[in-house]
Design a protein. Sequence first.
Length: 429
Amino acid sequence: MLTNKSKILSTLILMLAVFGFACSDSNNNSDSATVNGSVEQSQAKSLPEGTVVTMATITSNGSIQALDGVETTTNAQGEFTLTFDANAAQNFVVMAESQGEEMMGFISTEVENGSEIILKPLDIESTAETNVFAEIVADGNSDLVLKSDIETVITSNNSSEIRDNASVTAEYATAIAASAEARADFFANEVEQNGQDKLEATIDILVDAQARLESDLDEASNTEEEEQAVELFLETSANAFASAEVEANNASAAISLWARLMLNNIDSASESVENETRSQVSIMTAIAVSAAVEAEAQASAMSEQTQDEINNASVQLMTDVRAALGVKADIEAAFEDFQNSVEESMGNDSSVNSEFILNVNASINAATGVKTIFDDSIVSALSADIALDVFTNFESGLFTSANDAESGQMTEASIESTTRILLLLNLNS
């Protein structure tokens, strides 16, 4: 569980990160801020030219209230520019409404006068995201959550149900907050050497990825460009920990826990909505675990052939995860096939004793083994502290099993890297 000190620290860092996202190109001498955006024109219920766009705020109870006198209208392309006093409130929301149809998009918790903000097009997806953020504010968790956390799991494919179902909205708010807390908790407890600096660097990358996505989506002229923008966002987000110089194995473990908490906290959504979320988090998990396994194989000086085989397995994992479309059994099969391929390649490498791999797996998968205990426990973990406890017990137990396993002529470095790879593989299979 987070200590008070680490909670305060993570809160301050996250608030500063969100502040930085909203306040690009700041001019402190200005007495207003500007948001540029558009209302999506490609939907079945696209809003017409002259649609009124209003600035609003999310109150502490999660309600959305319009600010008096802060409004404009869209032009023929659905574009708008809205100027407002950033000191008037916080948790700003842009609302577009016409003939009973309403679209929304939220900016951030902190905005400074003099900033110019680019907001992605207002549509059903951005409206669902705003509803979830409003719930997060009401729950008192807005200081933990980045806009990118919400962006990752709410897509055009699951947004309608999330927007229209209050219980699903609430579940996503809880899941996203739990995952965000797990991120801060993981850095506080698992990341050594300047953990708080690496957390701040990670958040900076996530904030920049969100800002880039908003800009790219605002400029996109077709579906292909929108999909490319989202792909870049997911890849950048999945690599954010490692890009902030967190060890690849820790980066992968952190994302795996984040993904688990997201899925564990969602149980009232339809199968299609759950599958879309599972697809998103599995893509990010696959990116992270592939990078970590490849890094460990390289660090332990496994042969080029082994490294090439692991790289090929990584490519196949991404192909299989994307093709699974979030179906639980197919996602699980993709990660199990990846584990089998990597372990077979390592077992054939001259620097690794294949019996070591077999013995470790046999030990941890026994009826009372740590993998069995982990699998039984992690499926019901709903909070960050419980998930981290389950993980640390699994990690400790796996390394104990590795220490007890016959390693033959393996070097200490090879044992260390192989054990870390086994940890990551078993964490996701």
